[in-house]
Each structure stands twice: as C-alpha cells, then as structure tokens.
Design a protein. Structure first.
Length: 111
C-alpha cells in the first residue's frame, strides 16, 4: 500500500482513495533524477541518510501542478523532469514540530 514519504504527510492509499485527488509516485529509477528527489525528501524529513524502500512514494500534493498531467485514461502522471517541492504548508508544519529540537537553530540554513 503506497504511502507518502514526506514527513507530516498523512496521505496513504486508504485515506485518500475516493476522497482526494491524490496520486502516488515512485522515485525515479534514473540516477540524476533520483538524487534530486532524495535531496528534497531528505531535506524535508531532515534525515540526511534517509533511503527509499521499494515501496516509497511521494504523493501528488508535493509537486507543482505544472509538473503533473493527466493521461487519456485520466491517470495522473509526472513529467520526466518533475521533482517534489517543499511547499509552504509543510515548511510551517516542520518548523512547528522542530521547536523542541536542538537542531532548530540550524534549520533556516536548509532553505
Ligand atoms: Zn504527501
């Protein structure tokens, strides 16, 4: 069952099916694109050594709408160049959670 690897994101198949227009996208196989995704995910999760599993996916809420398109069969796909983005809402959520963390003072440097 796919679930989103972004920290604080509660989207996984069971919760979003029929409720939200959310799709789940596996990490790219291609080395360079995969590195880009990993960098974003690691930054977002604040885990420098995070590694994806076979089942790791990122939900469509973390992509720019311009990077997502619908196929003729109405399946949501990503452009080949698409990379997840850390949107404002996630940033705020993380900052709020990070208040108790001693790493907080270094946090702004990530952005
Ligand atoms: Zn998500």
């Amino acid at each position: 069952m796919p679930s989103c690897v972004f920290r604080s994101c509660t989207n996984y198949t069971a919760t979003v099916r029929d409720k939200k227009n959310v799709s789940f996208h596996s990490l790219p196989k291609d080395g360079l694109m995969k590195e880009k995704w990993l960098k974003v995910i690691r930054t977002q999760r604040r885990e420098d050594d995070w590694m994806p599993s076979t089942y790791s996916t990122v939900c469509s809420e973390h992509f720019l709408t311009s990077d997502v398109y619908l196929t003729k069969k109405n399946i949501r796909r990503l452009k080949r160049t698409a990379v997840p983005v850390i949107k404002k809402m996630w940033e705020e959520e993380i900052t709020r959670q990070g208040q108790e963390s001693k790493e907080k003072r270094n946090f702004s440097g990530y952005w």
